[in-house]
Design a binder for this molecule. Structure first.
Ligand SMILES: *Cc1c(COP(=O)(O)O)cnc(C)c1O
Ligand SMILES: [Zn+2]
Length: 503
């Protein structure tokens, strides 16, 4: 719909102008720094940053019901800049002009309700929010749309030029970074660092296809992160890891979309997500807090962060109930099917500690929970979900396993409705499904296939015939007839089919 056709009440708000006063805020020393320069950590104390709007109060001058209408009417716009995460412009990067926004189809991923069978199996109602339906097939596109729109803005303002964007990645960050950088070439080039043999072939193909320079590094993600940090401290590069606070800002869109999809009613809602480097859970909490602060939602949903027992530093930290005695200790990770979350020293841990406290305080009760699940449970729940019409990746399986455990432990109640983050598309991690179906998991994973979940292809080559079609060679008509007959009979027998009455 054209902006001039919107109701008069909404018209002034429908296309946002650059507004607000964004600054980097240090979680360590509390200092603030202007956004005209790209910072990843505090120049004073080295702690991670979050972006804050010093004029956030102005957003409270608009009544919550008007905000609902603004976002709902914006759904009808055809302007590309407003079709993705910047539908929530005032909350996501309000100083970015719309013509600097990079939109590649990210955001507004569907929420799909689990069928009755799944609800019975888990003991609760839930939806998957399929973030694998983003352009590079993971939620990372939300943060990259934000980070690259910001860099695009800096370039246009003449504040930077010839950007080399770099990131370390468990696979999906590099796919997203390379994709968005490719769109902005030649102004931006990208280089990605991946742990050798610790990303799937599909994930490796993505930055290669987008034309990024790809470096494979021995070790795990945490090792790559140290190298890329050294690069960003000593050379003129733009770091695109979630250490970059612009990533967090974009990923807040996940919360805003859930609120909008549920008609802004977050009572008795639970949001479940996997934790790796902890950027996503930071963003999800931050997003709900902003909507809560402005009255756009009036309840903070319960948050459930899930980790594999093979990479569980955040879960371990919160095992200590006394906040004063908690001490963060990085863990050495073991192989995990939730490979994109296989991180022992999450960069956003200080943000998680800060926001979890704030979130619980404002909720007036514990409202953020951390769960641990086994590798076996991750695979079993992923495969079960996908046998019931979902497209969950292993991390979606991890989240579902976490929800099930939380339900069993009484952390989630039967009247609550959960939204589960399937953070990537199942296809990116199909290699783990294959290992499960073929029972070829290396020992360290400690996964034994559940026979009822195994599914394998059947090669049909009936013994009654000896000629089969092959590409490039033609077949005798009678041979071909025999092939069709023998093959169809084989399949009919295998499927136990009954003959149609008039055949
Ligand atoms: C990056 C990633 C995660 C972990 O998210 P963090 O923000 O690092 O906690 C989980 N699942 C998938 C598919 C990912 O790509
Ligand atoms: Zn500081």
């Amino acid at each position: 719909m054209k902006p001039e056709l919107f109701p008069d009440k909404i018209k002034p708000y429908i296309l946002p102008q650059p507004s607000g006063d964004l600054i980097y805020n240090c979680l360590g020393c509390g200092l603030e720094f202007p956004i005209e320069k790209l910072h990843y950590t505090c120049p004073e104390c080295g702690q991670v940053l979050l972006i804050q709007d010093r004029r956030f109060q102005r957003l409270k001058e608009i009544p919550p019901e008007t905000w609902h209408l603004i976002f709902d009417y914006r759904k009808m716009l055809t302007l590309p800049a407003m079709k993705g995460i910047y539908r929530f412009h005032e909350f996501i990067g309000s100083m970015i002009p719309l013509d600097a926004v990079v939109y590649l189809g990210e955001g507004h991923t569907p929420i799909i309700e689990a069928n009755l069978h799944m609800q019975e199996k888990t003991g609760c109602r839930f939806f998957f929010k399929n973030d694998g339906q983003n352009p590079s097939a993971s939620f990372k596109d939300r943060g990259m749309a934000s980070a690259l729109s910001y860099i695009h803005y800096l370039i246009r303002e003449g504040l930077t030029e010839d950007v080399l964007a770099v990131c370390a990645s468990t696979g999906d960050t590099s796919a997203a970074a390379a994709l968005y950088a490719a769109y902005l070439q030649p102004n931006i080039k990208s280089a990605v660092l991946l742990p050798h043999k610790k990303v799937t072939p599909q994930q490796l193909s993505q930055p290669l296809g987008s034309g990024a320079k790809v470096f494979e590094i021995p070790g795990v993600f945490d090792d790559c992160m140290k190298v890329v940090e050294a690069l960003s401290e000593n050379y003129n590069v733009a770091l695109l890891n979630s250490k970059n606070a612009w990533r967090i800002l974009g990923q807040e869109s996940y919360s805003y979309e859930i609120a909008q999809d549920l008609e802004y009613d977050m009572k008795d809602k639970v949001v479940v997500l996997p934790i790796g480097n902890a950027g996503n859970i930071t963003a999800v909490m931050s997003g709900f807090l902003k909507f809560y602060d402005t009255g756009i939602i009036t309840t903070l949903p319960k948050i459930l962060g899930v980790q594999s027992a093979h990479a569980n530093p955040v879960y371990r930290y919160y095992l200590e109930p006394d906040a004063a005695r908690r001490k963060f200790k990085p863990v050495t990770v073991q192989p995990s099917v939730a490979q994109a979350a296989m991180i022992g020293n999450p960069v956003s841990m200080p943000r998680v500690i800060h926001l979890t406290k704030l979130y619980n305080d404002l909720s007036g009760k514990q409202n953020v929970f951390f769960m641990e699940v086994t590798e076996q449970a991750i695979m079993d729940w992923e495969l079960t979900a996908n046998r019931n019409g979902h497209i969950a990746c292993t991390h979606g399986g991890e989240s579902l396993a976490g929800l099930f455990a939380a339900r069993q432990q009484g952390i989630v109640h039967s009247q609550e409705v959960s939204i589960i983050d399937s953070t990537a598309h199942a296809l990116k991690f199909s290699g783990f499904q294959e290992m499960y179906f073929e029972n070829t998991f290396p020992e360290e994973f400690q996964i034994t296939p559940e026979p009822a979940l195994v599914n394998r292809p059947v090669l049909v080559r009936p013994k009654t015939i000896d000629r089969f079609p092959a590409p490039g060679s033609s077949m005798d008509a009678d041979d071909f007839k025999r092939f069709v007959q023998a093959t169809s009979e084989y399949i009919a027998t295998d499927l136990n089919l009954k003959k149609a009455p008039d055949s």
